[in-house]
Design a protein around this ligand. Structure first.
Ligand code: ADP
Ligand code: AMP
Length: 214
């Protein structure tokens, strides 16, 4: 099963993608996590990406598309995957469609997690992330057992640089201009499913499972 998560930054794509990956036994592929791992590792790719990410801008398609296409050709992707944060532009979506078509494949579901901008700023301000294992928490809605410490790996949790309010506004503007048109793109492809992302996390997941099938 090949799944795309759509939605504004902070809509809950990563939270739900992790659950989907676990339930259906497919990898969770987050381009944001791949960039952050590269930044942490001090790679050239990471250095290039960081300048854009810190400002809430998208990393250019020339960097992002090749990176993602390489990843989905790895062995663990044979039974599908859930993409979180990719595609984010029409050229990214077109490249993915083309690369899959060359293998006789296509995306099965594009799930749009719908949350209005008004709810996004508080979600992002309360998000805490583990840069070691990629787990995410929220200080109010999904708190770790011990404040500031990752339940999964014990690393210190951080407030992402790009989750600060001044950057979140930029990210929302970029989302509306460049990413929201993908909702239409996948609707036309006949694979769009909408879920109400303002519900609690368990209910959002229940709605997604009813789309995907148990
Ligand atoms: P995205 O991957 O779309 O950027 P995340 O999954 O990281 O978003 O979620 C953003 C923040 O909101 C996180 O702190 C997360 O714990 C919290 N969150 C996710 N889903 C919900 C929800 N349904 N209700 C409340 N908070 C949520
Ligand atoms: P995320 O973890 O999905 O919120 O992504 C964090 C940041 O990484 C984004 O604000 C972008 O700067 C960058 N990024 C992640 N995925 C993409 C993508 N598909 N295209 C361009 N930039 C991306």
């Amino acid at each position: 099963m090949k799944i795309i998560m759509l939605g504004a930054p902070g809509a809950g794509k990563g939270t739900q993608a992790k659950r989907i990956a676990e339930k259906y036994g497919i990898p969770h592929i987050s381009t944001g996590d791949i960039f952050r791992a590269n930044i942490k590792g001090g790679t050239e790719l990471g250095m290039k990406a960081k300048a854009f990410m810190d400002q809430g801008q998208l990393v250019p398609d020339e960097i992002t598309i090749g990176m993602l296409l390489d990843r989905i050709h790895e062995a663990d992707c044979v039974n599908g995957y859930v993409l979180d944060g990719f595609p984010r532009t029409i050229p990214q979506a077109e490249s993915l469609t083309k690369a899959l078509a060359e293998m006789g494949e296509a995306i099965d579901y594009a799930i749009n997690v719908d949350v209005p901008d008004s709810a996004i700023v508080s979600r992002m301000g309360g998000r805490r992330a583990c840069v070691n294992c990629g787990a995410t928490y929220h200080v109010e809605f999904n708190a770790p057992k011990q404040e500031g410490v990752c339940d999964v790996c014990g690393e210190k949790l951080i407030l992402r640089e790009d989750d600060k309010p001044e950057t979140v506004q930029n990210r929302l503007t970029v989302y509306h201009e460049q990413t929201q048109p993908l909702i239409d793109y996948y609707q036309k492809a006949g694979v769009l499913a909408e879920v109400d992302g303002t519900q609690d996390m368990d209910q959002v997941f229940t709605d997604i499972v009813s789309v995907l099938g148990a």
